[in-house]
Ligand binder design. Structure first.
Ligand SMILES: *Cc1c(COP(=O)(O)O)cnc(C)c1O
Length: 337
């Protein structure tokens, strides 16, 4: 089924490479591939730019001059938004969550890039994070009062509009997998705010992945399976309300591999970092500690436990995040001896 997409800006370097990982695959007993969405751009690296292509086009259509969004202190989404806003001639306001807003974290990793891009950063506490949508609306009001036109992007760019980025990515993957021999395949991605999952699941239905035995499974890096059934289900429902040609998604279509949150969101365990290190040394692929490192750890554990649930071929979606790894030298040092 071909579906008419909304308008988008061309910001991402796509199609991204789909590469075979011979050594890591042989060690795990599957035909292993990696979809390099960490290569969507240098400064725009990662999955968020695919969503921002649609989000910023919608902002532009609404004559917005300022985008407002929110995330954790090392948010990849906020960094990508700040830089994509420069490309599309808009200003950006980022609400970043931190332990003590009066003493913000050092200017490293994504924060450094946010500042280079000229984003306005508003530090908010963990308690205020619960009212993030209200706080973003207050910033929008401030922009309006100054004569501007704001456009608010929810956490992670995970809205109905943003999900088009991964509907499009699923179409890209369908074309690429179509060129390989037919094999039962599982696509594995890291799930953080649900937009990537929602887009992949909608796209998989549009492209009829089931007919070529392809499963799409997310490893949640925070919260739990029930939470993501609700969040992903909600995004899919909103998308279908706005674009009725999209398929109806039920809970049964949402496949979440729970059990790998570990110490919590953005908190690493040595075993996760060791496995990230081992992949760097085997394949020269750098994962991030918050998302892809956890999803990779979850995938490798699950493959050791019961490989049969993943078919013969696994495609690991590398959603980016390298800038969040760079401020982690102290935590990594013990495992680099
Ligand atoms: C945001 C992010 C994810 C999670 O994507 P969601 O659409 O928020 O679920 C995965 N990996 C990286 C590197 C990210 O920055």
């Amino acid at each position: 089924m071909t579906i008419t997409h909304p308008r988008r800006f061309e910001l991402a370097r796509v199609p991204t490479p789909l590469q075979r990982l011979e050594r890591a695959g042989a060690a795990l007993g599957v035909e292993l591939w990696i979809k390099r969405d960490d290569m969507t751009g240098v400064e725009l690296s990662g999955n968020k730019v695919r969503k921002l292509e649609y989000l910023l086009a919608e902002a532009h259509d609404q004559r917005a001059d300022t985008v407002i969004t929110c995330g954790g202190e090392q948010s990849n989404h906020c960094r990508a938004t700040a830089l994509a806003a420069v490309h599309t001639r808009m200003k950006s306001v980022l609400l970043l969550r931190t332990d003590d807003p009066a003493n913000p974290p050092p200017m490293a990793g994504n924060i450094l890039l946010d500042r280079l891009a000229g984003a306005e950063i508003v530090w908010i506490s963990r308690a205020d994070w619960a009212r993030r949508n209200e706080l973003m609306e207050a910033q929008a009001e401030r922009v309006r009062a100054a004569g501007g036109t704001p456009y608010v992007i929810p956490e992670g760019g995970s809205s109905a509009t943003g999900s088009w980025g991964y509907i499009r990515a699923a179409e890209e993957l369908a074309r690429e997998l179509g060129e390989l021999p037919d094999r039962p395949t599982t696509i594995v991605y890291a799930c953080g705010s649900g937009g990537t999952g929602a887009g992949l699941i909608l796209g998989a239905r549009c492209c009829d992945f089931a007919s070529f035995q392809t499963r799409v499974a997310g490893v949640n890096v925070c919260d739990d399976r029930d939470y993501f059934l609700r969040v992903i289900g909600g995004i899919c429902e909103q998308a279908r309300e706005r674009w009725p040609a999209l398929p109806a998604i039920t809970e049964g279509d949402i496949d979440i591999i729970d059990g790998y949150v570990g110490r919590g969101y953005a908190q690493s365990q040595p075993a996760e970092l060791e496995r990230l290190r081992d992949l760097a040394r085997a394949e020269g692929v750098i994962l991030d500690p918050v998302y892809t490192g956890k999803a990779w750890y979850g995938l490798t554990e699950e493959l050791r436990r019961d490989r049969s649930r993943f078919g013969e071929r696994v495609v690991f979606l590398h959603t980016g995040g390298i800038f969040g790894l760079l401020p982690k030298a102290a935590e990594l040092t013990p495992i680099l001896a």
